[in-house]
Design a protein around this ligand. Structure first.
Ligand SMILES: Nc1ncnc2c1ncn2[C@@H]1O[C@H](COP(=O)(O)OP(=O)(O)OP(=O)(O)O)[C@@H](O)[C@H]1O
Ligand SMILES: Nc1ncnc2c1ncn2[C@@H]1O[C@H](COP(=O)(O)OP(=O)(O)OP(=O)(O)O)[C@@H](O)[C@H]1O
Ligand SMILES: [Mg+2]
Ligand SMILES: [Mg+2]
Lengths: 256, 256
């Protein structure tokens, strides 16, 4: 059975997609069978893995709204053992359509259960909100990975995110645990970055992954080539950090 | 009558809040009466102006859901002529509640019309999505200001945003124009930033504001002090850029 992680934080631009795609790529490179599920209408994980989001048909939208089996949308990528369940822009209208559906929070969990045996890890990339798409990801997963950009505004949203995780655990998914917080876009030249790291470590203690992801322009260039960092710039600081994070995730079972 | 701008882009972390708050602050410093309306559940614009989002009652949530007059939530800030209609985390549940309401896309437009005469400018800060809160902002405004971070992934979402703007103009707000695209977090040391600027200027020509906002750590520090950059670090590069952008906005009537 796969270990299913949701990568979530309603604050925008904190590194959710970058974390989901690059950790998945390093796990696949370490001989694990990995699936990335893109439930963000922006479909950034889809294009970061070289798939054209505008020509994807069907996509995760059809899994949510028409209940087609997820195996019908899963596509291999250019990297061995790394598969993708792609998103497309039409997903932007899904949340309104899902509001009236029965067991609307469980759609993704039910979709993933028939294929979970075929993977070692499944990573669900979520949009920057706490709406039904993200709730579906939190209901389907065992652990949530929370990227936290080393700046002030992203810190503010953590209390709200923890509150939502607690609600999902109490009402929808008793197994939901926090796999860990990942500090991203760390810039050692600024005191703000250092303060944020201290603050997050003080509050969340051993829920914080030891690996810190540095700000690295190679990481922001890689998606324009449709490649994970492990393929685009494997010797860059960003690549080495995501490789170390992938190893840390492999060692750390989801925290009980 | 106030000129009403929505600051919108469904891509997360591109500088929407930073742009809304700092342009508003410089317009107020230039003797204009300015209102910032925060319709993001993260309430980052609220805390960036020194207001505690967790003790705000009532907030924009009550304007949307209980139809209370917006004047009951408007609060002055520490800066003269700069007012705020604050948000609070409870807004996260509003979109689901609004789905079944009559004329749900027009709630903000109706709320703003009685007070529009008291201001020269109104800036609406939106969440990173194209849901009902952002649609309300696009329906209430005359012009939309689109921050574009100088990186690859934010470029991808522009087509989808333009599509949504067209739909709103055809179905909800015939006056809706694009006031301009603002290039943000520009880093002259990376070729990626330069490529993005060229790409955006080529596609959107004179819809792109001349002022480019540089990456400047002072801009990311200011919110932790609850101050706009005009007060926190008025001589920084980020401050000078936002001051120039405010002047450009004052000169440029909303593009017909
Ligand atoms: N460590 C890093 N160093 C430099 N740039 C980064 C880093 N991580 C991510 N980026 C870039 O920052 C931007 C935001 O990252 P990303 O899109 O992964 O965040 P996100 O949380 O998925 O955003 P959204 O909320 O829109 O889904 C992207 O342009 C990305 O390429
Ligand atoms: N020009 C800049 N230079 C450096 N940091 C910046 C700049 N503009 C914004 N920031 C910082 O980058 C982060 C993202 O900016 P901001 O929160 O304004 O984006 P947003 O689009 O409003 O995000 P969201 O999608 O979550 O609403 C914040 O931590 C902010 O302080
Ligand atoms: Mg993303
Ligand atoms: Mg914002």
């Amino acid at each position: 059975m796969a270990v299913i992680y949701a990568v979530a934080n309603q604050k925008g631009g904190v590194g959710k997609t970058t974390t989901a795609v690059n950790v998945a790529a390093y796990l696949a490179a370490a001989d694990k069978r990995v699936l990335v599920v893109d439930v963000d209408p922006q479909a950034n994980a889809t294009s970061s893995l070289g798939i054209d989001k505008n020509s994807v048909r069907p996509s995760i939208y059809n899994v949510f709204i028409e209940n087609i089996p997820i195996r019908e949308i899963i596509t291999p990528t250019a990297w061995e053992r790394l598969h993708l369940a792609p998103s497309s822009p039409i997903l932007a209208g899904a949340e309104v359509e899902m509001v009236g559906m029965m067991a609307r929070e469980h759609l993704l969990r039910k979709a993933l259960s028939p294929i979970s045996r075929q993977y070692d890890y499944i990573f669900v990339d979520t949009p920057p909100s706490l709406g039904l798409l993200t709730i579906n990801a939190l209901t389907a997963c065992q652990g949530v990975i929370i990227p936290v950009q080393c700046e002030y505004l992203p810190l503010e949203g953590l209390a709200q995110l923890m509150h939502t995780i607690r609600l999902v655990r109490e009402n929808l998914n008793p197994n939901l645990r926090i796999a860990g917080l990942v500090l991203t876009m760390y810039d050692p030249r600024t005191s703000l970055s250092k303060q944020v790291v201290q603050e997050v470590r003080k509050h969340f203690r051993d829920y914080v992954f030891r690996t810190i992801i540095p700000r690295s322009v190679r990481l922001s260039e890689a998606p324009s080539y449709g490649e994970p960092i492990s393929s685009y710039a494997p010797k860059s600081f960003g690549a080495l950090a995501y490789k170390a994070l992938a190893e840390e995730i492999m060692k750390k079972a989801v925290k009980a």
